[in-house]
Every structure is written in C-alpha cells, then in structure tokens.
Design a protein around this ligand. Structure first.
Ligand code: PEP
Length: 251
C-alpha cells in the first residue's frame, strides 16, 4: 500500500511574513489530525530557512521548487542541492511545466538535476505532463513516455524509491480545468506501466505518482480515490490554509 503524499507548490508567492503566517495556520490546523498522507510544502527559496524552523517537529516536510545540478561556482542566480539540504529541505520539485515552458528546461537538464538531487539525498518530485495541443493531437502517451524515459535515464532501481512522479497536464495547471479522474487515472496507469518496463513490477508498485492541475477541496477526494493516484501536487489551492488542509484531509 502506497502512502499518499500531498505537496503544495507555492510558486512565486508569499514574502517572509506571509510565509510565516501561512505555515503557522497550517501547523495549527493539522496538529490534532490523524493524517493518511505525508504533507510537503514548497515555499520560495527566501522562506525555506524560516519554514524549516517553524515546521520542525510537526507533520510538515519541506521542499524547494527548483535547483541546479552543479555543486557550486559561477552560476549566478542558481541554488545547489547542498544549499537546499542545509536549510532543511527533504524534497525538490524538478521539471515543473513552468520551468520547462517559461525557462526552457529540457529533458536532459531535468535528468541532470534529478541525478544530483538523488546523490545529495534529496527526494525529487519529478513533473511530467502534456500541453493541450499535444493532448488534442493524440500524442499524450508519446510525450509522457519521452519525458519519463529521458528524465529517469541512468537512475537506478534503488534510487527510484526516493522519487515521486507528478503527472501534471499543462492544460490543467492554474486554469481551473481539472483532468477528470478517469483521464488522470489513465495516464497514471500508463506511467506506472512505463516504470514497470524500465525497472520492475516492484519498483512500479512502490512508485508514488501524484496528480497536479487545479486540485481543489471539491475535486480532491475523487481524484485521490483512483487506483494509481497516490497524492497531489497543489498550486493555487495550497496558498490558503483552509483549502490546503481540506485537500490533505481528503486523502
Ligand atoms: C502546479 O503548479 O503544480 C499546479 C498543479 O498548480 P494548480 O494547482 O494551481 O493548477
């Protein structure tokens, strides 16, 4: 039985005091709950250190939204895996569609980042997903297969224990359009089968595959009840404590 993981991607939202405020509300809202899932928040870099202090000894785990694959040096504006570890991060989102589309990140770069994150002891939340154009032209599986295969290149079966895959159809991110539970389940099952072919049935069975794309309190339970949906990567709805807590409780 896979334990679900609900992660909140704050994106470029919340300054330091807004972050303190949101985390404090999350901690008090979750403190007496018996949860069926792990909870991860991914604030911007500038709030990670404070988030780590506030979340210490609570159910909330910490993730970052990106990192670079080099260890250190002349990479202006970048953050290393080691830096993320040093401020208490356990997870890192890699290959988010906003990184792929706005910042031009390609599969090969994402693969280097995943490898470095794993070597450094971070758990990558590896995002894949097709655009609307790709879905409408019938190439969803082809795109997902390429992203998964390239992203996981040279990653061992042992390391797969520490990877989460997030299926995030680009057309559903921040648009209010959610994939139906059936549409999402279809792609999740496809990803699990890809991983079975790349590795083994035991690796595939253990793999946590999150769904992301306009997950809200009113659609979370049905999405999370699908066989191959093992959690959610939540954008907009994680910025309000009440709605994020309600999604967490749906798991
Ligand atoms: C995301 O950015 O990962 C995401 C799923 O966003 P939203 O929930 O706002 O669609």
């Amino acid at each position: 039985m896979r334990r679900k993981v609900i992660a909140g991607n704050w994106k470029m939202n919340n300054n330091l005091s807004e972050s303190q405020n949101l985390i404090t509300k999350l901690i008090s809202g979750l403190s007496n709950e018996k949860l069926n899932s792990d909870v991860v928040i991914c604030p911007p870099f500038t709030s990670l250190s404070e988030a780590s202090s506030l979340a210490k000894n609570t159910v909330i785990k910490l993730g970052a939204q990106n990192m670079y694959f080099e260890e250190n040096g002349a990479f202006t504006g970048e953050i290393s895996a080691e830096m993320l570890k040093s401020v208490g991060c356990e997870y890192v989102i890699l290959g988010h569609s906003e990184r792929r589309i706005i910042f031009g990140e390609l599969d090969q770069l994402i693969n280097k980042k995943i490898k470095k994150a794993l070597q450094s002891g971070l758990k990558p939340i590896f995002c894949v997903g097709e655009t609307l154009e790709e879905r409408e032209s019938g190439v969803t599986e082809e795109v997902i297969k390429r992203q998964v295969t390239e992203g996981l290149k040279e990653i061992s079966a042992n390391e797969m224990d520490r990877i989460i895959v997030a299926y995030e159809p680009v057309w559903a991110i921040g648009t209010g359009k959610t994939a139906t539970p059936q549409q999402a389940e279809e792609v999740h099952a496809f990803i699990r089968n890809l991983v079975l072919n790349l590795y083994s049935s035991s690796v595939a069975e253990k793999l946590v595959i999150q769904y992301g794309g306009s997950v809200k309190p009113d659609n979370a339970a049905e999405l999370l009840s699908q066989n191959d949906i093992d959690g959610a990567l939540v954008g907009g709805a994680c910025l309000k404590a009440d709605s994020f807590i309600s999604i967490i409780k749906s798991a």
